[in-house]
Design a protein around this ligand. Structure first.
Ligand code: SAM
Ligand code: SF4
Ligand code: SF4
Length: 349
């Protein structure tokens, strides 16, 4: 029982039908459409592990667009209001607008977004917008071309991504969200140039603490530039005014740059965990359902879909998994150190 006006965190924990073991409702779905990517960002798919001979999942193991649509419809029936399409790199699926069209038509879905590395956005932005995609987030870790190429580790030039962002704005997306993962000694000097470049109400810029996801990126706490440090360093260069949270469970601490009218957010998943408001489910491209970004093993929804179960029975299975959920990895990070976990390129961020 709450005796005072609930805070945003408290509201996420008020008793809700279908909530998990910590009172968190199921509201968001991250749908990964492929485990493949054309980049090899060291913090996600390091080349030494995801080399030329890396065996990605065969097509037969991946959900078809029809299966993804069916699952998405079931999730929406269970309370999901927002779907974010991700990967791997979702734009490697050249027919992605077909899936977007199917998802956009789902009754009850309020928001449909996509996270991409932007490499093919110049050609894909318009068809995706026309198919019904509402919002796009582009990952850009540096403006300096040599730093950007080093971050993606496949020598991809930053200009092509910037052209993709322009194409997204021209197509009608706006504001376009930009994600920058900050890694100590690698791209930290790019924070201020990024904030200066992505200035204006057409952009929302998010700085993300480098996370210990997966088991292949060799994460060390020393490589994390903390949210506190990010804000301190930006504040030294520009006036940042704090902004209140948009909705319950919002993960970014938000600021507004007084001069450029840009919204800047910092996602402090390592130093200020937000598990208590985490209403997010993840489905990998093969139909494995995870209730936490740091899970090792998910639940096989593909077997249920292909096993002839009705939508109601699949919904029951998802409800049971969500009801038993007690994940709060980021809050108890040290206890989970060294434990096996799935890769970010599978879970989609
Ligand atoms: N390929 C797309 C992209 O890069 O936007 C979508 C998938 S990617 C896994 C989704 C997001 O996860 C990206 O914004 C990426 O920067 C972020 N990400 C990947 N590994 C990360 C890590 N170790 N720490 C923090 N963010 C990470
Ligand atoms: Fe690919 Fe995105 Fe992972 Fe980079 S962060 S390797 S672009 S999936
Ligand atoms: Fe959600 Fe798991 Fe991240 Fe906590 S650690 S915010 S439960 S995904």
């Amino acid at each position: 029982m709450f005796t005072e006006a609930p805070t945003t965190d408290d509201r996420a924990r008020l008793p809700v039908a279908g909530a998990d073991g910590l009172g968190r409702a199921l509201r968001d779905l991250r749908l990964s459409v492929t485990d493949r990517c054309n980049f090899r960002c060291g913090y996600c798919m390091p080349k030494e592990v995801f080399g030329r001979d890396h065996a990605f999942q065969p097509k037969s193991e991946l959900l078809s667009f029809e299966e993804m649509e069916r699952l998405a419809r079931i999730f929406v029936g269970l309370g999901v209001e927002k779907i974010r399409v991700t990967g791997g790199e979702p734009l490697l699926k050249r027919d992605l607008p077909v899936l977007i069209g199917k998802l956009a038509a789902l009754k009850g879905l309020k928001d449909l977004a996509m996270t991409t590395n932007g490499s093919a956005l110049a050609v894909m932005a318009k068809p995706l917008f026309e198919a019904g995609l509402k919002r796009v987030t582009v990952s850009v870790d540096a403006l300096d071309d040599s730093v950007f190429r080093r971050m993606n580790d496949v020598d991809f030039p930053v200009n092509r991504v910037l052209k993709g962002i322009d194409a997204a704005l021209e197509a009608g997306f706006g504001p376009v969200k930009i994600n920058m993962v900050v890694k100590r000694g690698v791209n930290e000097d790019q924070m201020v140039p990024m904030a200066r470049h992505f200035a204006g109400p057409q952009y929302v810029l998010r700085f993300i603490e480098y996370m210990d996801v997966g088991a292949t990126n060799g994460w060390r706490l020393d490589d994390v530039v903390t949210a506190k440090e990010i804000v301190r360093r930006l504040s030294g260069e520009m006036d940042l005014l704090p902004v209140a949270a948009n909705y319950v469970g919002e993960v970014a601490r938000r600021f507004r740059c007084a001069v450029s009218d840009t919204e800047i957010g910092v996602i402090a998943s390592v130093t200020q965990p937000f598990c208590r408001g985490c209403t997010r489910a993840r489905v990998a491209a093969d139909g494995e359902f995870f209730t936490c970004l740091f899970g090792a093993k998910g639940h096989d929804l593909r077997a249920l879909l292909r096993g002839g179960l009705s939508d109601e029975r699949v919904a029951d299975a998802i409800r049971a998994v969500w009801g038993a959920r007690d994940d709060r990895y980021s809050e108890v990070r040290s206890e989970g150190a060294g434990m096996p976990r799935a890769e970010m390129s599978k879970l989609g961020g």
